[in-house]
Design a protein. Structure first.
Length: 415
């Protein structure tokens, strides 16, 4: 067991089945809010006077227990304290308050290059890293080839790591971490650095670890990754644990915190969108996740405040996160409603969606109401998910924008 308290005592013991391997209680960590080193005695004195007011708490009273065999995701907005918590749990930072107990061998893959000596070669760093993890030299000799194979570094293993790219760093770090037979694997968001093929390989190895009943703690902003890999997820905000529970609920809380959940609407003088929802056509229950190929009903309630002088056009579009341009439209691109059918009052409209485009992950569904090509009102539902395999797009139902041209889809597999 590794115990970190103000002064940090270390005593290794082998973990037992089902026990708590990570036990953090009341952990707080503060930093000075200035980062520049003082260059003169005077500056140091001035800073000392300021220092009490200039500290901020990156972690505040954090409790976290992780059991053997659990895969726990750590998520939260930028600067919420995720990396700091991993560093405290890995023993790299000492908490100012609280206690941390960690049982078993911990392999942590934290910020890029942490744990590597730039002047040493990859080979020398493998031995150094393994030694720091308590692996005897003969065992590292035995593992060495597998580590280099996994890292795909080939001859670069004998170059000083200061010449490595960020992807090479991550590959070597991950290769060491997964070969030293840790009880606990702690991974920061470094996986996002490697290329897609290497990420897949790392995820496959993480799944292997899960099958072996190992304990994994990792930081991710990727909702899909948290939901598919984790048994539990913890949401941090301003250094505090805001939620600790099932991954899906944690992601919902995160989306809420980031303001990307629910329905956002823009009202115009002419119209107001009162309700906008996607529901299961047979049960009427709201849908959050769409299986590719499944049907859904999009419904909206619009209050017309002033009768339009020209016909109104309704447009439904699908956006990927952070992409302002729609990646798919529900066709016909505009559903046109004659002005006479939209007198002042409340109206309900709905559309059937036969198949969703194959774009796994999160997306938003937007609705725009235009009159004379002017946007009159809009609504957006964020945090929806599409999952499933390949999809056939049915002409006249969904079409995909492919750059400038709109691809009119014939029934064919798009994947
Ligand atoms: N060594 C340090 N000295 C001073 N402040 C620090 C230090 N390390 C982290 N911080 C600050 O502590 C806060 C929490 O940082 P941390 O890196 O843990 O957040 P995070 O949730 O991992 O963020 P991100 O998602 O952006 O990686 C931030 O405000 C950060 O600027």
């Amino acid at each position: 067991m590794t115990t970190t308290q103000g002064s940090g005592a270390v005593s290794p013991t082998a973990p037992m089945e089902g026990e708590i391997l990570i036990d953090a209680r009341g952990v707080s960590k503060r930093f000075a809010s200035y980062h520049r080193r003082a260059t003169s005695l005077k500056e140091r004195m001035v800073r000392r006077e300021q220092s009490e007011g200039d500290v901020f708490w990156a972690l505040r009273d954090v409790d976290l227990q992780v059991r053997r065999g659990e895969t726990v995701g750590l998520t939260g907005p930028n600067g919420s304290g995720k990396s700091t918590l991993l560093k405290v749990l890995s023993g790299i930072l000492r908490p100012n308050d609280g206690t941390v107990e960690v049982r078993g061998r911990v392999a942590s893959l934290l910020e890029l290059g942490a744990g590597f000596d730039g002047e040493l070669t990859g080979r020398e760093n493998v031995y150094l890293n393994s030694a720091l993890l308590g692996v005897p030299r003969e065992e590292t000799d035995r593992l060495f080839e597998a580590i280099v194979d996994f890292s795909e570094l080939g001859p670069f293993i004998d170059y000083p790591v200061k010449h490595y790219s960020s992807g090479m760093y991550v590959r070597l770090g991950f290769a060491v971490a997964v070969h030293v037979d840790p009880d606990i694997l702690i991974v920061d968001e470094v996986l996002a650095v490697g290329d897609a093929a290497f990420q897949r390989k790392c995820l496959a190895r993480i799944e292997d670890f899960q099958r072996q009943g190992k304990t994994i703690l990792f930081v991710s902003h990727a909702a899909g990754q948290i939901e598919s890999l984790c048994t539990r997820a913890v949401l941090l905000d301003h250094g505090r644990v805001l939620f600790d529970g099932p991954p899906r609920q944690t992601i919902k809380r995160l989306n809420k915190l980031l303001g990307v959940d629910g329905v956002a609407t823009i009202d115009g003088e002419l119209a107001r969108i009162i309700d906008f929802a996607v529901v299961d056509p047979s049960t009427g229950a709201p849908l959050e996740e769409f299986v590719v190929g499944a049907r859904a009903t999009v419904s909206c309630q619009v209050e017309v405040l002033r009768q339009p002088s020209a016909k109104a056009k309704f447009s439904l579009h699908v956006n990927a996160p952070g992409q302002p341009d729609a990646v798919a439209h529900v066709t016909p691109r505009f559903h046109t409603v004659p002005a006479a059918e939209l007198p002042v009052g409340t109206h309900a409209l709905s559309w059937q969606i036969e198949e969703w485009p194959d774009m796994p992950g999160d997306f938003s569904l937007g609705l725009g109401i235009f009159v004379d090509d002017t946007l009159m009102a809009a609504a957006r539902i964020d945090g929806l998910r599409i999952s499933g395999g390949s999809v056939r797009c049915i002409p006249g139902e969904v079409r995909l924008d492919d750059g400038e041209a709109v691809r009119e889809t014939a029934p064919e597999n798009l994947t």
